[in-house]
Design a protein around this ligand. Structure first.
Ligand code: ARG
Length: 579
């Protein structure tokens, strides 16, 4: 609908240019928004305010001219001027009802991608394998997965890339420890965190051990078979820990999506050579660097992207350049999204620019850093265990599930144990994921079990419960939507409001896909659930006063149920039929 309103406005503007009311050569971005308050219409545009100045007119006067020039459209019943010069569009309920019918008949709920389908690489999760996954990796994993699912639903081809940190000097220390006490090491490897700590302790205490660790890095880099075997074994174990977390989280990541830093090792010398050939490289204190005019520190001194250290070693940025080249040239991505901590923003800005200048990526590629804020504890301070250690993701998920179990059992003592466990999993894991997804990606947020497990407010339990209400309605009826018959008719105010929201599902998903912000889908679903509640309260469904009304309301409920279910699945939550 927004698109067609945009087109109507564009036609009106063209007409006004032809009439000499507007100057030629204007190319405004026409914004059309959904209104909050339906008594002011369904959609609003500020175009008259934007163009008032170039037209040398008062916004309200221009708004009047635009309305007069708008072509007739059967989807719109009237257009009004509001406030300083907004155009408010009222949509036609019959046309809206027809759209909802079409959505109900469509597997994709009538949702289409606004632009052409693309090939999108998503860089997500990407933990360092030397350590256990911790809460810092939760956001990248969950948000990246959510956006990936939405883009897939919109018809994009999504390629997930888990750019794990499987290379670097810490591996020397770990291999030295693995070699030193294979038996102890094996048992400790069930807990990577322990293993890392023990190895680090040896490294700090013994210079002899530290030297051996350094020598092992060199051997590893030179391709020594025994070192590679140990290194592979270590990575396999670490990756299997990650996979357990992904499976628990119901995240679409598998071993096939792993392409770690080490995969680019052979290409790193070529990256440096290519930069040199392009004349982009300069030497600074023996290191090979790229300097770009637009990147300076606070004192105005140029900032380098270092691609090779004085000793010959390559860096994080070098690997990222090789990965960009691979994603552009081999994977043929149209778009690459990096779900990585906001604190790496400058790294990505600079690396993207180097990749473009060096021609490592094709000119049309969209490279976007989807940075995210820090997850803090409930007290707003960095998230730590009571004794100051890092919180392991798996422990956090166990606790969420345990708490959800107690909660659900308290509400539903008569459910059998197996079902209780299943519900506890969906609610507990869902709560952790939803709490993260529903916050704006770039802001920091506090992890709070009480809040995320509440049945009130914008939470997973609330939304999962909202879906079960629709499901139970159809259970009671004993029929599916295909057997209901009739058609949607929008009469009551609550029906209109619910219907208008349902028709916005596609807009919400397109926004999520464009900006990489799943919180928009969360607030959409939260609003939808709220509107369904007031519809449910005010408009009797099974006890409606006529068969046509009953059918219409059931159809609206069915579409709400399918939209909620689809939305929850796109967020990576597990909708339940009852709880
Ligand atoms: N392993 C890195 C870390 O834990 C994140 C990697 C993100 N992806 C990338 N292509 N740089 O900080």
């Amino acid at each position: 609908m927004k698109d067609s309103i945009r087109q109507l406005i564009q036609q009106a503007l063209n007409r006004l240019v032809g009439e000499g009311v507007l100057p030629e050569g204007l190319t405004p971005t026409i914004q059309v928004e959904n209104t909050k308050d339906k008594s002011h219409g369904d959609f609003a545009s500020n175009i008259a305010m934007m163009l008032a100045k170039p037209a040398a007119m008062k916004p309200r006067d221009l708004a009047e001219k635009i309305i007069a020039a708008l072509p007739a459209d059967e989807g719109i019943t009237k257009v009004e001027i509001a406030g300083p010069g907004f155009l408010n569009f009222f949509q036609n309920s019959a046309a809206l009802a027809e759209r909802l019918e079409a959505a109900l008949a469509d597997e994709h709920l009538g949702v289409r991608k606004a632009g052409p389908a693309q090939k999108v690489v998503i860089d997500l999760s990407s933990p360092n394998l030397a350590k256990e996954m911790h809460v810092g990796h939760l956001r990248s994993t969950i948000i990246g997965d959510g956006v990936g699912r939405v883009l897939e639903f919109l018809g994009d081809e999504v390629i997930r890339q888990n750019h794990v940190g499987d290379w670097g000097t810490q591996f020397g220390m770990l291999l030295a420890y693995l070699e030193e006490c294979p038996v102890a090491a094996q048992s400790e490897l069930s807990d990577l965190e322990e293993f890392y700590r023990a190895a680090k302790k040896r490294f700090d205490e013994s210079t002899e051990f530290a030297d051996r660790a350094r020598a092992l890095v060199v051997k590893l880099q030179a391709g020594d078979a025994e070192c590679l075997r140990l290194w592979n074994r270590f990575n396999d174990i670490s990756l299997s820990h990650c996979q357990k977390v992904y499976d628990r989280l119901n995240v679409r990541l598998s071993p096939a999506d792993v392409r770690g830093e080490s995969a680019y090792n052979d290409e790193l010398p070529g990256i440096v050579d290519a930069l040199r050939d392009k004349g982009l490289l300069s030497e600074s204190d023996g290191a090979q660097c790229v300097f770009m005019d637009e990147f300076k520190n606070a004192e105005g001194n140029p900032l380098p992207v270092i691609v090779q250290k004085a000793g010959g070693g390559y860096l994080y940025a070098t690997t990222d350049l090789a990965a960009m080249r691979y994603r552009s040239q081999v994977l043929k991505a149209d778009r690459v999204l990096y779900f990585v901590d906001q604190r790496q923003a400058l790294h990505f800005q600079m690396a993207f620019e180097v990749a473009r200048r060096a021609g490592f990526v094709h000119p049309g590629i969209q490279l976007e850093h989807m940075g995210f804020g820090t997850m803090n504890g409930a007290d707003g301070r960095p998230f730590k265990t009571r004794d100051g250690g890092t919180v392991k993701l798996i422990d956090l998920l166990d606790e969420a599930q345990e708490r959800a179990y107690t909660l659900v059992k308290g509400k539903n003592a008569d459910l059998d144990e197996a079902e209780l466990r299943q519900i506890a999993r969906a609610v507990g894991i869902g709560a952790v994921k939803y709490a993260d997804l529903s916050k704006h990606r770039t802001s920091d947020y506090s992890f709070n079990f009480e809040q995320m497990l509440s049945f009130e407010g914008n939470t997973a339990p609330y939304l999962l419960y909202a879906y079960t209400r629709v499901a139970s309605l159809f259970r009671k009826l004993g029929k599916g939507v295909d057997e209901i018959g009739g058609q949607i008719q929008l009469e009551a105010e609550q029906e209109q409001a619910l219907a208008a929201k349902l028709a916005q599902f596609g807009d919400a998903l397109n926004n999520v896909g464009e900006k990489g912000v799943p919180h928009l889908l969360c607030s959409y679903l939260y609003d939808l659930a709220g509107l369904f509640s007031s519809f449910y309260e005010h408009c009797p469904i099974l006890a409606a006063d006529s068969e046509t009304r009953k059918q219409s309301r059931l159809r609206l409920a069915a579409l709400t149920g399918r939209t909620l279910k689809q939305g929850l699945e796109l967020l990576g939550l597990e909708p339940l039929e009852r709880m």
